[in-house]
Ligand binder design. Structure first.
Ligand code: ZN
Length: 376
């Protein structure tokens, strides 16, 4: 036994074998591997992105992994969420992930957070980890993770996927690096592709989640050049990577010179709002399970004229606060073009005590899955 083996966190013999290919790298070596062993990473979401990221981080010997997921494994997840097998259908994703990761590397400590990340718990969750890997497929959660990381000064590796395209960026609290909101300020949210709609190539999150794991390891080891101020865009169809530089906005509401977003407001919590994708809405409608379900389209009249989901009511978002009383009792599915205005509608209605669901991806997502809805 070497003297180091007695130090807390030092590598034992089995670990030296397990991580031999890391120890052979001058950039990692025994010091780096020991550093990984003493490090922690929080994975927000254990789905398409979180699966490969978690597998590689556990394999790499990151000592403590936190898993945030409140979802259960569904058959339709298995096309890309490689943490799970057919036998896990119906199980808690976070618990099933924990089991799989411990099979891979029993020396890693896994903490399961079987909960939805919300404004009420986000800061508390991120503050205890060294690096945060965001693999959520929900736009509102992506902003929430960004805000929590900026406020708690926790490094963040963010990625998103859409059809055949992925994007990734990294943020660190150095006062210079632009955050996710610098890239997509509120109001321009609609340009961010939401992966809840149409579909996604199963291997795409495999590539992007592996890139996230790479970034997380580099940050923990303090090696290489992270994706700071650079948006990496991967196009699987052309097999090409492109990079777009962007800068910190001095007027960014969370990381700018005079931030106005200085704490997370549970009452403004978009991430806590339930959401359905087009498939979920369609299967609910086709299952005839529509008692007590009301669909409200909040687009502008010119958009409504181009096509709408049969049976939906029309109340443009600007008129919603004054017209809430017109909405019949029941759960309200709000619909807009891309799923962003409908999220605001959910918030407005939720404040009046209504039970709301956001149609993620909106009419675009519906059209991509089922073709454009009929015009009148
Ligand atoms: Zn910012």
């Amino acid at each position: 036994m070497t003297p180091q083996a007695h130090e807390p966190g030092a590598l034992n013999g089995a670990e030296r074998s397990r991580y031999a290919r890391h120890l052979a790298l001058a950039e990692i070596g025994e010091a780096g591997q020991t550093r990984l062993k003493r490090s922690s990473v929080l994975l927000v979401g254990t789905g398409g992105l979180g699966s490969p990221a978690a597998l590689y981080l556990a394999a790499a010997g990151v000592g403590h992994l936190g898993l945030v997921d409140f979802d259960t494994v569904d058959l339709s997840n298995l096309q890309r969420q490689v943490l799970f097998g057919t036998a896990q259908i119906g199980q808690s994703k976070a618990e099933a992930a924990r089991e799989r990761l411990l099979q891979l590397n029993p020396t890693v400590q896994i903490t399961v957070h079987n909960t939805r990340l919300t404004a009420a718990n986000a800061r508390q969750l991120v503050e205890t980890y060294d690096v945060i890997v965001d693999g959520t497929d929900r736009l509102a959660t992506r902003y929430l993770v960004n805000d929590a990381c900026v406020l708690e000064r926790r490094p963040l590796v963010s990625a998103a996927i859409h059809r055949f395209e992925g994007q990734a960026m990294t943020w660190v609290p150095d006062g210079k690096t632009p955050c996710y909101r610098c890239l997509f300020p509120a109001g321009e949210q609609a340009v961010v592709p939401s992966c809840a709609d149409a579909g996604v190539l199963g291997v795409l999150p495999g590539v992007m989640g592996s890139l996230q794991a790479t970034e997380a390891l580099k940050l923990l080891l303090n090696i290489g050049k992270p994706l700071l101020g650079r948006l990496l865009v991967y196009d699987a169809l052309s097999l090409s990577f492109q990079e777009f530089s962007f800068r910190r906005r001095t007027d960014c509401i969370v990381c700018g010179d005079h931030p106005t977003l200085t704490h997370l407001e549970p009452e403004n919590d978009m991430a806590a709002i339930d959401s359905w994708d087009a498939q979920q809405l369609a299967s609910t409608l086709s299952g005839g399970n529509i008692d007590g379900l009301v669909m409200v389209d909040v687009r502008e009249p010119y958009e409504w004229e181009t096509g709408r989901l049969p049976g939906s009511l029309h109340i443009p978002l600007g008129q919603l606060p004054g017209r809430l009383a017109e909405i019949p009792d029941g759960r309200v599915v709000f619909i807009c073009a891309g799923g962003v205005r409908s999220l605001s509608a959910c918030r407005i209605a939720a404040q009046s005590g209504r039970d709301t669901i956001n149609l993620e991806g909106g009419i675009y997502g519906w059209a991509a899955a089922f073709g454009p809805p009929p015009a009148p």
